[in-house]
Design a protein around this ligand. Structure first.
Ligand code: BTN
Length: 276
């Protein structure tokens, strides 16, 4: 199986099909599936810092130290006691990172383009919560963590995606997460990977050439926050009014329209009167 390796057990991953679809787009592309790792993002960032910058899709059946945005943890949904941890049942989530050298003119809006690609590959009812959460019916269904490393003259991007596939516990979250199987009964992690992988690579390459502007209208159609009163973690409050051509969140405040660009700002509904 050239360019596609799996050290996982009985789960049938579409590694070779993904490799065949993507390798014409990305020279040197490989697919790797591993049963367990600390974090697929951490691993690709480690490799990049060691000088390994070939394009790769790394899929993990379990992560022991999955990471989310703003220093949060990302839980795979598997536990020591569940059968799926032992490769004996369907996986509760799909976790992968795509690493590739990338040179867009402007990086702003990349996470929105990635989110759009994911929702468009999965279901028309899915929405995006700026900057990069996928939500369904007021609950988070998937998260995206994008990191970059400079390796000599090259910027290497690591695009990590975690998608809840099966229903799971709230795990300390205020809202229990949504799962894809609620929307697409019978879907599993390998079938989800088969749907999202190639479109995601195409979307990132399109972003590299054209920037975020090509996705702005599509983002508006999926924008969960539009028209809702939001409160940013930096204290700013106002009504969300979509995004600008660079993907910055527009918030109408009492002092006028403000642009939120910082990835370090989290946005949430301002009060229970405006539940999302
Ligand atoms: C978030 O919701 O804050 C982002 C979650 C991103 C989770 C994915 S799972 C695969 C990849 N590896 C990680 O450690 N994180 C991302």
């Amino acid at each position: 199986m050239k360019g596609a390796q799996s050290t996982s057990g009985p789960i049938r991953w579409p590694a070779e099909a993904v490799w065949e679809a993507v390798s014409p787009l990305l020279a040197g592309f490989t697919v790797e599936v591993v049963p367990e790792i600390d974090s697929t993002n951490t691993e690709l960032m480690r490799r990049a810092r060691a000088g390994h910058i070939d394009p790769v899709l790394l899929v993990a059946e379990n992560q022991t130290a999955g990471r989310g945005r703003l220093g949060r943890q990302w839980f795979s949904g598997a536990s020591e006691s569940t059968a799926n941890h032992l490769n004996e049942g369907p996986l509760p989530s799909l976790m992968f990172s795509l690493g590739l050298p990338l040179a867009p003119h402007d990086w702003s809006g990349l996470s929105l383009a990635v989110g759009l690609s994911i929702v468009e590959s999965l279901h028309p009812e899915l929405q995006l919560k700026w900057p990069n959460d996928v939500w369904w019916q007021s609950r988070k269904l998937a998260g995206i963590l994008i990191e970059t490393a400079s390796v000599g003259e090259v910027r290497y991007a690591v695009v990590g995606v975690g998608i809840n596939i099966a229903p799971r516990d709230a795990e300390g979250l205020s809202t229990p997460p949504a799962s894809l199987s609620e929307l697409l009964p019978g879907i599993d992690a390998p079938a989800t990977l088969a749907r999202v992988a190639e479109p995601l690579v195409r979307a990132i390459l399109q972003f590299e050439t054209h920037g975020f502007v090509a996705w702005r209208a599509a983002f508006h159609a999926r924008d969960l926050l539009y028209g809702h009163t939001v409160q940013c973690s930096d204290g700013l409050t106002g009504v969300a009014r979509g995004v600008d051509a660079s993907g910055a969140l527009l918030v109408h405040t009492e002092n006028g329209l403000r642009k939120i660009t910082s990835a370090e700002v989290s946005v949430r509904p301002a009060s229970p009167a405006h539940p999302i």
